[in-house]
Design a protein around this ligand. Structure first.
Ligand code: ATP
Ligand code: MG
Length: 575
């Protein structure tokens, strides 16, 4: 490609509305342009990167015998009504009507459509297992689109789905995907981890997320210092080996004016935050069908711990999805917001203590009186809990749930997700085949996603410098996802010799199949170099009259300060 005929679209200034370094770089380097919130145009430079990621993903899907197909983005509502997700999916699902007033959705995912295909095309167990994938645009009306294409509303996903006669077959294909994903992220040169993930409300059997490690990640992941245990913090079990000491202090109310938080109270009383507790009031799972369940539930956590909503909402007493009680509801129940006590015996609100809170003694809780807390609180003597449960997020230094080492928390960007779904969709859509005994068997399903466009943001979060993008070296150079792998830059020469030689070198490299850009723009060398560094082109060859006199070309690798003078053969041998 010749730069004079290519829309490089680089910018001099950092875009003010980009909220993360990768988004700034992608806009500045001309990879993307924002059209509206969460909607981006892939400019020629960016699309070259996207296609290169797609190629690697596709190769690894073919390697595990997944069959590529392509489903429509627009899907009829009937299928979503059949699966139950028309009601359940929420506002991320964009629904609309066609000219005949029929309901449709823009596909955020394709379980319904693929299951519809499977139920009509798969007839016998002999056709199984069957795995399909597509690389396609998804639409999710994200509540907070941000970070450029990292959390967009329209984005490119590789989604795959597998169908099985039994759980064993599903587990085997799942393992194939686990390995394929590991190969993909390794080939891309990313620092990633596969972590255990929550199977959520679907009730599947197993799930792993693949995270690219980066401080800007939206997920917290926990690793053991001594084993290969790793899990999303959403899921990681908080274990507690401590035992409770007997009470040694009397129960006394103390003044804590205008101090609704544990931090303020701990500071005021000169105590460690770990000796305070907080009591959160959430809605219980009471309904006319479950009248024995409580209307409100109190959750008690150590002052320095945070509630894990996913863990809490799995408890039968608690309403899912988790909802905090409103101020009015608390008032009505006789509770004083910000000062709620753990001693709720007379309020008819069951107390669930987190494991770590349940082993505390002589602690501080609210007094259920405005501007007062109680010191010297002790379980059994001063308050009772109905249950002890793991309802908090793990923190750095917690024991690893597998008994080996302690946990360390890092931030991750989720780039892939694999899931043993079980029969949720096949059951709802009646997707069966004839089994060995000649009777219909409901299929087992797996689903597997990769955020193809998000990978590019994630890669840049991990690899950039103050000059711009770095396209990380990949184990095989062919897999490098840089938009151009080599730039050839002629310096203006009086006799035109540098331009001619640069052109020649460009043609030779191109004929060899090298992904090369000739920067033949009528610009100062400094402008060209800055652009090429911003775009992150890994290799640069400068052709100048002076060096040509010695038969040399100046070679520089992006990210390294050194320049080398090489003969033509040496240059060609590099690629
Ligand atoms: P997240 O927790 O980040 O919202 P998710 O659980 O909704 O992700 P999946 O439904 O598993 O994601 O989708 C598969 C993959 O698609 C994710 O692993 C992620 O890489 C990518 N992805 C999901 N939502 C977006 C988005 N809004 N923009 C870009 N990529 C996305
Ligand atoms: Mg999501």
């Amino acid at each position: 490609m010749k730069a004079s005929q290519f829309t490089l679209a680089t910018l001099r200034n950092t875009p003010s509305d980009a909220d993360i370094i990768s988004a700034q770089l992608m806009i500045k380097a001309g990879l993307i342009r924002k059209l509206a919130s969460g909607l981006y145009v892939w400019m020629p430079t960016g699309l070259r990167v996207l296609k290169r990621v797609e190629k690697i993903v596709r190769e690894e899907m073919e390697r595990i015998d997944a069959q590529e197909l392509l489903m429509p983005v627009t899907q009829p509502a009937e299928l979503w009504q059949e699966s139950g997700r028309w009601e359940d999916y929420g506002a991320e699902l964009l629904r609309f009507k066609d000219r005949h007033s029929r309901d449709f959705v823009l596909g955020p995912t394709h379980e319904e459509v693929i299951t519809d295909i499977a139920r009509s095309e798969l007839k016998s167990y002999k056709q199984l297992p069957a795995t399909y994938y597509q690389i396609q645009t998804k639409f999710r009306d994200e509540i907070r689109p941000r970070f450029g294409v990292m959390r967009a509303r329209e984005f490119t996903m590789k989604d795959a789905y597998s169908f099985h006669i039994d759980k064993d077959s599903l587990a085997k294909t799942y393992q194939d995907f686990y390995e394929a994903y590991s190969r993909i992220f390794t080939r891309l040169g990313l620092d990633f981890r596969a972590v255990q993930a929550d199977t959520g409300s679907i009730g599947g059997f197993a799930s792993h997320e693949f995270h690219v490690l980066a401080d800007s990640g939206e997920d917290d992941i926990a690793f053991s210092s001594e084993s290969d245990y790793s899990a999303n913090v959403e899921l990681a079990e908080a274990v507690c080996h401590d035992t409770r000491q007997p009470p040694s202090e009397p129960r006394t109310d103390v003044d804590t004016p205008n101090m609704p938080t544990c931090e303020e109270v701990a500071e005021h009383l000169g105590m460690d935050l770990t000796r305070t507790v907080k009591t959160l009031i959430v809605k219980g799972s009471y309904s006319e069908y479950t009248p024995d369940m409580p209307k409100l539930v109190a959750l008690v956590l150590r002052g320095d711990h945070t509630l894990n909503e996913l863990k809490a909402e799995k408890l039968p007493q608690i309403k899912a999805p988790l909802e905090m009680a409103s101020e009015d509801e608390m008032k009505e129940a006789g509770l004083v917001k910000g000062y709620i006590s753990v001693d709720l015996a007379k309020y008819d609100i069951p107390v669930i203590a987190d494991r770590s809170a349940s082993v505390m003694a002589d602690f501080v809780s609210g007094a259920n009186i405005a501007d007062k807390h109680t010191k010297g609180m002790n379980w059994e003597r001063d308050a009772v809990y109905a249950d002890v449960a793991d309802i908090r997020n793990v923190v750095d230094g917690d024991p690893s749930p597998d008994g080996k080492g302690v946990l360390q928390i890092k931030r991750g960007i989720e780039v892939g997700h694999i899931f043993q779904l079980g029969d949720k969709y096949s059951h709802a859509l009646n997707c069966t085949v004839l089994g060995k005994e000649g009777k219909p068997v409901t299929l087992m399903m797996g689903c597997y996603g990769i955020g193809v466009s998000r990978i590019i943001s994630a890669s840049l979060e991990q690899n950039h410098d103050d000059k711009g993008c770095l396209w990380v070296d990949t184990p095989d150079p062919v897999d490098n996802i840089a938009p151009f792998y080599v730039a050839v830059v002629p310096m203006k020469s009086k006799d035109g010799s540098a331009e001619a030689k640069a052109d020649e070198l460009y043609s030779t490299l191109k004929a060899k199949g090298v992904n090369v850009l000739l920067d033949d723009r009528d610009e100062r060398a400094g402008v060209k170099f800055a652009d090429l560094e911003l775009i992150g082109i890994p290799h640069r060859i400068v052709v100048s009259e002076r060096n040509l006199a010695e038969g040399k070309y100046e070679y520089a690798k992006r990210g390294c300060d050194d320049k080398e003078l090489l003969g033509l053969d040496e240059v060609l041998a590099k690629f």
